[in-house]
Design a protein around this ligand. Structure first.
Ligand code: AMP
Length: 216
């Protein structure tokens, strides 16, 4: 799987971040999460961070130009022939088209787009109990994947936090944005022959096994 170039698709709570972190830990794949990048911009109170926060807190997608330019700068920094996984990008057809231009410019070709399939009730349960490490980005769940010590990351000892946009009122808006703006990408990539369906309604280890099988 070395050097493999992947996109993870799927609704919020499908497990994209968890699988991206597993690929990073176990395979050295560079994991790029536009959600994490935007949360950093917000934390550092940059100009784009301040603008993005309004959309993120409302559960809406941040405008394409902002996300595309942040992602483009990060992708350019990846050394040639190094594998990477995009988590949470693209999320609109305009972003997917911009990404094709970026890949063309950099001479990169995408191997697979993995669509993590999870039913809605599981998504809601996962989002309500999700916690993330403020230090290394590791993802936990209060019931399904608790840390050994409450509120503390097993990996780096950082403090765990609940994302503002995982609150119940925002989750509905995020799911609606997914259905309307992101789900059409399933067909976009199926048409390019690189889409693989992953049954992600199971634990992280089992989902990761499926990812390995599908990307051999
Ligand atoms: P995530 O961590 O991927 O769930 O992203 C959290 C939030 O960041 C989303 O609800 C959006 O507001 C914003 N965001 C992340 N990635 C994108 C993207 N590719 N396009 C637009 N907004 C994004």
């Amino acid at each position: 799987m070395e050097g493999i170039k992947l996109i993870l698709l799927g609704p919020p709570g499908a497990g994209k971040g968890t699988i991206a972190n597993m690929l990073r830990t176990e395979r050295g794949t560079v994991a790029l999460s536009t959600g994490d990048m935007l949360r950093d911009e917000v934390k550092n109170r940059t100009q784009s961070g301040r603008k993005a926060a309004e959309y993120m807190n409302a559960g809406k997608l941040v405008p394409d130009e902002t996300v595309i330019s942040i992602l483009k700068n990060r992708i350019k920094e990846i050394p040639p022939n190094t594998g990477f996984v995009l988590d949470g990008f693209p999320r609109t057809t305009a972003q997917a088209e911009a990404l094709e231009d970026i890949f063309r410019e950099l001479g990169v070709s995408l191997d697979f787009v993995l669509n993590l399939e999870v039913p809605r009730d599981v998504v809601l349960q996962r989002l309500s109990g999700r916690r993330q490490c403020s230090g290394c980005g590791e993802i936990y769940h209060l019931k399904n994947m608790p840390s050994a010590r409450e509120g503390i990351c097993d990996k780096c000892g950082g403090a765990l936090f609940q994302r503002d946009d995982d609150r119940e009122d925002t989750v509905e808006t995020r799911l609606a944005a997914y259905e309307r703006q992101t789900a059409p990408l399933i067909e976009f990539y199926a048409n390019r022959g690189i889409l693989r369906a992953i049954k992600a309604n199971v634990g992280p280890a089992e989902t990761f096994n499926e990812v390995k099988k599908q990307t051999l």
